[in-house]
Design a protein around this ligand. Structure first.
Ligand code: 13P
Ligand code: SF4
Length: 352
């Protein structure tokens, strides 16, 4: 039915419902959302900013999260009992978050405890399930986002000698490397065969990286960098730290979504940039900066497909159900999980 409506009809219905519900409705939108949805967000931001605004909002009864599942779970855990969080399409997950489940994590932890005793602390990228955030909270660790990863890794080393970083090996490796930890002191935990990938004396290990990755950011390769260097020798290359270590090392700069946005915003007129991050965002940066030459680091990349599952029909469907008091795609984390997950989130938010 929604597919039979024209874009302008869906847009005007969404606008009308937003006007009728006023501040009882709140729509946070991640920078990776497509423009058709992004235009309706009350606040836009990266995952850290959206977690902060969700926690700060005390007025809205209905929070329609335009992002992916783990972000909506985080919003649910940081809002009150009386506020309901919705994800317009339940299929909007994150393939990286799906690379670590709680059973694999508990198994890894028990083996790491055997190897390292009480010298290790978990640090979990927010791109993870609520259950893994709870595991992290329970074991004294904290969450991180790409915006505060350095600060949180530094904090973790004030707590314990070693850290277990999950689920993105690249963010963990890039962040630890930037803080001066040599690659030879980093091991990889392979959850497929429950084993530690490391050549050397395990006593030397400072960081254990879960073998997960983002398939969007792994699409930027050394070849992409070399191609840009050949085609546009004067172009600066900036990438997200979910890209591999070799791509980050070959680029000119790297940083979180907010860092990339701020860098391009503050760059001189006429400067030229190749950006290695999600395509909806890169296209929006290109559109918003006609005074700069900007390209994607890999023009063949597509957008994050799960972020793209949130579209106009799903947004309208969700809003109409809310208005008609019908059940929508409610995201509700079980309270026993949420209590422990909030520990890891609040250890991050109080330092963010
Ligand atoms: P940010 O933390 O930069 O918002 O990134 C979220 C994400 O999913 C990156 O791929
Ligand atoms: Fe997950 Fe990667 Fe999509 Fe971010 S871009 S939501 S990490 S799959």
């Amino acid at each position: 039915y929604y597919r039979s409506l024209s874009v302008s009809e869906m847009e005007s219905r969404i606008t009308e419902i937003k006007n009728r519900l006023g501040n009882k409705l709140f729509i946070p939108g991640h920078h990776y959302q497509k423009d058709e949805v992004f235009q309706f967000a009350d606040v836009t931001g990266d995952s850290l900013q959206l977690a902060q605004v969700a926690a700060a909002n005390k007025d809205a009864d209905h929070i329609v999260f335009c992002g992916v599942h783990f972000m909506a779970e985080t919003a649910d855990m940081l809002t009150t009992e009386n506020q309901t969080v919705y994800l317009p399409d339940m299929r909007a997950g994150c393939s990286m978050a799906d690379m670590a489940n709680i059973y694999q994590t508990e198994e890894a932890w028990s083996q790491l405890q055997t190897l390292f005793g009480d010298t290790i602390i978990p640090l979990t990228y927010v791109n993870s399930t609520a259950a893994i955030k709870a595991f992290t909270g329970k074991n004294g660790g904290a969450c991180v986002t790409s915006s505060n990863a350095k600060k949180m890794v530094e904090w973790a080393f004030t707590q314990k000698e070693r850290l277990f970083f999950l689920p993105d090996q690249h963010l963990g490796r890039n962040t630890a490397f930037d803080l001066g930890i040599p690659l030879e002191h980093m091991a990889v935990w392979n959850p497929i065969n429950n084993s530690l990938e490391f050549d050397g004396d395990v006593e030397d290990i400072k960081v254990i990286l879960w073998k997960g990755h983002c398939s969007v950011h792994e699409g930027f390769t050394l070849q992409s960098v070399q191609h840009i260097r050949t085609m546009y020798p004067d172009m600066q290359i900036i990438v997200h730290p979910e890209c591999s270590r070799e791509v980050v090392a070959a680029s000119d700069d790297s940083g979180s979504t907010k860092y990339i946005l701020d860098t391009i915003e503050n760059a001189p007129k006429g400067s030229s940039w190749a950006i290695g991050t999600e395509m909806n965002l890169v296209k929006r940066i290109i559109k918003n900066h006609p005074e700069k030459t900007i390209v994607s680091l890999n023009e063949n990349m597509c957008a994050c497909l799960t972020m793209n599952r949130i579209d106009l029909p799903h947004l309208l469907w969700t809003l109409e159900r809310i208005e008609n008091n019908e059940v929508g795609n409610v995201i509700k984390v079980e309270e026993d999980v949420a209590i422990q997950a909030r520990l890891s989130l609040s250890r991050m938010l109080e330092r963010a």
